[in-house]
Design a protein around this ligand. Structure first.
Ligand code: FPP
Length: 241
């Protein structure tokens, strides 16, 4: 069967691995945290730019389960930055119709940060202009393992037949169960890895790797990548005739 229209001018869901903050800072002789601060300013601009570009879903990789291995001061600085931004940006996000959600494991995060996250999720839950998902202490392999645990528990309770488990069951137990799959995954800073970010969900996504460091990544850079995405042919495994 041929796909009807394989051209997809606008990616409804863009997911971004925001990389290069550290290099941006060290090239300027600044501490790494200054790069993260500059990166946070970019987050604000990119979030603001999405609705006009018809992006309905934006998912950002803010902190991975592997990032705890960084220097304690950098981790503490990043956590303080998240707290500050959630506090200062809450009103603007809500007023602009942004629904904010978080994925990732919350138990290792500071309870004050978790309270801010949950407060923002509750406050913005009815918004629909842009769905912003922030991956914070997120790692895909443990997300998938947790989904498998839940399915195994359902089998053990006799609620599910193991032989019936398929991709839809697994997807329904991921933290992204309510979200569409990403259409476009962007990674800044020239690295070409997925780094444990949404591999299941992005199985059919297009990928864009740009050498631009995240603190330099502007809405104009995003517009260029969207234009390039629009010219790609997506087949989802089908033959286009
Ligand atoms: C990767 O750059 C970036 C991070 C680990 C942190 C991302 C966080 C922000 C952009 C801050 C604000 C986010 C929100 C949601 C308010 P890197 O440090 O790995 O850069 P490097 O590879 O050059 O060292």
């Amino acid at each position: 069967m041929a796909a009807k229209d394989s051209r997809n001018p606008v990616p409804g869901h863009v997911a971004i691995i925001m990389d290069g903050n550290g290099r941006w800072a060290s090239r300027r002789g600044l501490p790494r945290l200054r790069g993260h601060k500059a990166g946070a300013t970019r987050v604000k601009e990119i979030v603001r730019a999405c609705p006009d570009k018809n992006i309905r879903h934006l998912t950002l990789f803010a902190f991975s389960t592997e990032n705890w291995r960084r220097a304690r001061t950098e981790v503490a600085g990043l956590m303080a930055l998240f707290r500050r931004h959630l506090r200062t940006e809450a009103d603007e996000l809500h007023d602009n119709g942004v629904r904010v959600r978080f994925i990732g494991e919350r138990d290792r995060l500071n309870p004050k940060l978790v309270a801010l996250m949950e407060g923002l999720e509750a406050r913005t839950r009815d918004n629909d202009r842009l769905h912003l998902t922030i991956a914070l202490n997120y790692g895909a392999r443990s997300e998938i393992a947790r989904a498998a645990q839940r399915l195994a528990a359902a089998v053990a309770r006799g609620e599910l037949d193991a032989a019936e488990i398929g991709p839809d069951h697994l997807a329904a137990h991921l933290e992204t169960a309510d979200l569409p799959d990403p259409d476009l995954v962007i990674r800044t800073s020239g690295e070409t890895r997925l780094s444990n970010f949404l591999p299941w969900q992005a199985a059919y996504a297009e990928y864009a790797f740009t050498p631009v460091l995240w603190p330099d990544f502007s809405p104009a850079h995003l517009a260029d990548l969207l234009l390039e995405f629009g010219s790609r042919e997506r087949r989802f495994g089908a033959v286009v005739t």
